[in-house]
Write a protein that binds this ligand. Structure first.
Ligand code: ZN
Length: 257
């Protein structure tokens, strides 16, 4: 195993949008050996520390994560070598205080309390799934920085993210996400097409029924227009089908409620 120069190709194959920061192939603190998995972070909300260029060339840390993920769900590849993102900590399967040597760091632009937009969250777990699938590792090989360094450094990122739920989404994506041969936009279009096919005629039928019961013009106006051929009800407006049925019942001996 060597440096993960395959990241852009693997992410794009998952349907993700990827930008490449100039010089990324040669940026990092030395080469990778075996890669265990991924550590997930959030950037915090203080410019410039939430920008890709700052994470690529951090004034103290140098390359501070291999990937940046924008709020819109766009990845930027910042470096292919080892990055200084994890710091001290521990987790089963990872050398103590040495996660940087065996993990890819993702810094997602987020303040940790704002929540995760659907686009950013989908891109987050789909990107992690693509990386782990390529590495031949299961969903258990992504951890939050808070799970690595919580005790050692008091880290809480990524905030507002349930890591077990995240891993479940990653697991599903590892199994099913890569075999559709479709981008996310193509999947969206397919879903909308299905909704149109299945919901469209039903919606139209419901409107037809409303018009039959409540009168011409009720279909789209939402008003109970009634039918002139059914006569007038006591308020002087055209009877609906139910008004007319009631009027008929009134005329039948012994049928009154
Ligand atoms: Zn972090």
């Amino acid at each position: 195993m060597s440096d993960p120069v395959w990241i852009p190709e693997v992410l794009r194959a998952e349907g993700l949008t990827v930008r490449e920061w100039p010089g990324w192939r040669d940026r990092g603190h030395g080469d990778f050996g075996n890669i265990w998995g991924v550590v997930a972070h959030h950037t915090g909300n203080n410019p410039p520390s939430n920008n890709p260029g700052y994470i690529a060339n951090h004034p103290i840390l140098g390359l501070a994560s291999q990937l940046h993920l924008s709020r819109e769900g766009v990845y930027t590849v910042l470096g292919a070598g080892v990055a200084w993102h994890a710091g001290e900590g521990g987790y089963p399967g990872i050398p103590t205080n040495n996660a940087n040597q065996v993990t890819i760091g993702i810094e997602a632009e987020n303040n940790g309390t704002e929540g995760w937009s659907p686009d950013q969250y989908w891109s987050y777990y789909a990107g992690v799934a693509a990386i782990l699938r390529h590495l031949g590792q299961p969903a258990g090989h992504v951890i939050g920085h808070k799970e690595w360094a919580g005790a050692a450094q008091g880290k809480w990122d990524p905030g507002s993210m349930d890591m077990n739920g995240f891993r479940a989404d990653v697991a599903r994506q590892i199994t099913h996400g890569g075999d559709t041969g479709m981008t996310r936009d193509e999947m969206k279009a397919l879903v909308y097409e299905c909704l149109e096919v299945y919901v469209g005629p039903i919606g139209s039928d419901v409107k037809d029924i409303r018009e039959q019961l409540c009168g011409a013009g009720s279909r789209d106006s939402g008003e109970y227009a009634g039918w002139p051929q059914l006569g007038k009800n006591t308020s002087g407006s055209d009877r609906t089908a139910v008004d007319a049925l009631g009027a008929i019942l009134d005329q039948l001996p012994g049928a009154q409620a």
